[in-house]
Design a protein around this ligand. Structure first.
Ligand code: SF4
Ligand code: SF4
Length: 347
């Protein structure tokens, strides 16, 4: 028998849902959603499951990840029940369920805890800088080492087990039988969605946002590759130096448009920004901008007398790598790609 959680609505409010209990089940939202199909319809049924508190059904569902938040459903909802924002809140809720550490839920639900975590990381960076007497070469060396170790450790210790938990909730627990060869033959789906998010093109009027997103993903991955594997801050290669400038500029210039959209609240998607949304776009901007400035200061020989700039960059980097990537909105990029893969397995 299906288990009902009567407090589920209250729980979802903490993840950012707005007024979804006002829904009177008319179905307009599903009718206008360009990604919803007869066999796989949403968001109305997710609104119903949430109102009824059917948590297990929600945990086994991939539908919240199939929504790319164009906001059409919210615009046409006669009850102002904000189905688009509910889908976003469900993605945050699911992220907290997949995360074995429980930290995602804690950070999503409590702003003071988030602020405390960011301050703690800042204090850690300052303590480390003090311990090496603010010696620039050591700071640069350890900063580079930190990036490499953080990527490997977070991938293996946090993200991989969380993907397995997602697989458990959505494939194993509901008893979906998938032949092993289908796991292999559907693998392409995972990478295509991961790098292109092509399904977002199915949303009406979403082409500009999709294109910006695509450029940002490639800019971000290229910046990661340039700083971690090509050691951008220490390289003598002019090609790598110029390439680093280019990709870091792409990251912060494109992000400015995302931040300004949230400030102006010019679309449905930007009207109800949660702290996790702000942190994601602002820290992405800071990552690109401070990396660009650090390399510029190195090239003009100004960094030795402005070590604060590298410490600022290192702090942003550490907060991004230790908080936003494993527990914040960055994970949506990963879970959404795996959701497309799992949806293919379920077909
Ligand atoms: S359009 Fe609004 S009221 Fe109608 S089913 Fe969707 S959420 Fe409910
Ligand atoms: S936000 Fe857009 S994609 Fe998501 S459910 Fe609503 S109409 Fe569909």
């Amino acid at each position: 028998m299906a288990k009902i959680n009567p407090a589920f609505g209250k729980e979802l409010q903490k993840f950012g849902s707005v007024n979804f209990n006002a829904c009177y089940n008319c179905g307009n939202c599903t009718a206008v959603c360009s990604l919803s199909t007869t066999e796989n319809s949403f968001p109305r049924n997710m609104v119903r499951l949430s109102a009824l508190g059917l948590e297990e059904e929600i945990q086994s569902s991939l539908k919240p990840w199939e929504c790319y938040y164009c906001g059409e459903c919210t615009t046409y909802c006669p009850q102002e029940a904000n189905p688009g924002e509910l889908m976003m809140a469900l993605r945050r809720y699911l992220t907290s369920k997949y995360d074995w550490t429980g930290l995602s839920g804690l950070l999503y639900k409590s702003l003071p805890t988030t602020i405390a975590a960011f301050i703690l990381v800042f204090a850690g960076v300052i303590a480390f800088a003090l311990s090496v007497n603010f010696e620039l070469d050591t700071l640069l060396h350890i900063g580079h080492l930190f990036e490499m170790i953080a990527i490997g450790t977070i991938g293996v210790v946090i993200l991989l087990p969380n993907i397995l938990r997602m697989w458990h909730y959505t494939i194993l627990k509901p008893g979906v039988k998938v032949p092993f060869r289908k796991y292999l033959s559907s693998m392409g789906e995972l990478f295509v969605h991961m790098f292109t998010q092509k399904r977002a093109l199915g949303c009406d009027d979403n082409q500009k946002r999709w294109f910006e997103h695509l450029i940002l993903v490639f800019g971000y991955l290229a910046l990661l590759f340039t700083t971690v594997f090509l050691n951008w801050f220490s390289t003598e290669s002019v090609f790598v130096q110029v390439f680093g400038y280019l990709v870091s500029a792409i990251v912060f210039v494109v992000t400015i448009d995302f931040v300004s959209g949230r400030v102006k609240k010019n679309k449905e998607v930007n009207k109800h920004s949660q702290p996790s949304d702000w942190l994601f776009v602002i820290w992405l901007f800071l990552m690109g901008f401070t990396a660009f400035m650090v390399r510029l200061f190195i090239d003009f020989d100004w960094l030795e007398s402005n070590k604060w700039l590298y410490i600022f960059h290192f702090t942003v980097l550490a907060q991004w790598a230790l908080l936003i990537v494993p527990f914040g909105k960055w994970t949506h990029f990963l879970y959404r790609s795996f959701a497309m893969y799992f949806a293919r397995l379920k077909e």
